[in-house]
Design a protein around this ligand. Structure first.
Ligand SMILES: [Zn+2]
Length: 290
């Protein structure tokens, strides 16, 4: 949706509330106390009241807007800005765009939105041809870590690790200069360490057992054949990466550039949120306005 259509559809707080209520009604509103359905709608209190037990729940409860005092319009504008642009927005930039005095509530809103962007895709297991690699993403050191000695190399606090997996399928007769594979879904998951157990657990959760997996032949990947239909582990030279693991490498390069561009004050703690946003947009790149 472009900015003109967005402003036409959501010009004021009321239009956002009406749209939000329609979405909740479509999902079916259930009383959290006894599971009763079809509650009354109390327009002046913006809440539902159960016809049987009279329990009340606000329009926001049970949604990403729960416990937020920010106007619906802020949430809608933030959702629009975060999802309609190829780049990203920092919370400070959103705060400026919304003209809000305090930074903290805006920051919390953006974190919650990025969190749900990830939840949306956590349910989905990648299948078909799956490429897997890991990435080191440079971040700032969090306040509480600052006194600890800085470790170097792989264990460094400034280099959190992420597993990057994508689902792809081979293209029959690719055109010259085009990639041999077409990419479907992408996931980026922050992990504690690069131990074989950690990687296996991640693959178990996010990759379907019917998948055919390609990785390099690093030790942490040595047990993955137990979890998928087939596992091609091969020594991959750096110059061959675009051929063997084309899409994970493009994705890793792009996300690093984006984080450097927009969120250069990033700490480890929030890295997963930014990866969520990146994957959310990537996975919906052909959805157009939807
Ligand atoms: Zn009830």
């Amino acid at each position: 949706m472009n900015i003109i259509k967005f402003s036409a559809q959501f010009p004021v707080e009321k239009s956002c509330i009406e749209h939000f209520k329609a979405q909740r009604d479509a999902c079916g509103v259930v009383c959290p106390k006894w599971g009763c359905v079809h509650p009354y709608w109390l327009q002046n209190k913006l809440c539902y009241e159960c016809k049987q037990c009279h329990h009340r729940q606000s329009l926001r409860s049970g949604t990403v807007l729960e416990n937020s005092k920010l106007p619906f319009m802020y949430w809608y504008a933030a959702m629009h800005l975060l999802t309609s642009t190829k780049k990203s927005y920092s919370a400070a930039e959103l705060q400026r765009q919304l003209g809000h005095k305090r930074y903290q509530p805006i920051w919390e809103m953006v974190c919650k939105l990025r969190d749900v962007m990830g939840k949306r895709y956590n349910l989905y297991q990648l299948t078909d041809e799956v490429e897997l690699d890991n990435a080191f993403i440079a971040t700032l050191i969090a306040e509480e870590e600052k006194d600890k000695p800085l470790k170097r190399g792989i264990g460094s606090q400034r280099q959190p690790k992420a597993v990057v997996v994508n689902e792809s399928s081979f293209v029959e007769n690719p055109k010259p200069g085009k990639k041999p594979k077409r990419v479907n879904h992408l996931k980026m998951l922050v992990i504690e360490d690069l131990r074989a157990d950690t990687i296996s657990k991640t693959v178990n959760e996010h990759v379907n057992p019917k998948a055919e997996l390609t990785t390099n032949d690093a030790t942490p990947y040595s047990k993955l054949f137990e979890q998928v239909k087939s596992h091609h582990a091969q020594a991959i030279k750096k110059e061959d990466l675009p051929k063997t693991l084309p899409w994970v490498n493009i994705a890793i390069g792009n996300v690093k550039r984006l984080l450097l561009d927009v969120h250069h004050q990033l700490t480890n703690e929030y890295l997963q949120y930014y990866l969520n946003e990146f994957c959310y947009k990537f996975n919906r790149r052909y959805f157009g306005d939807a």
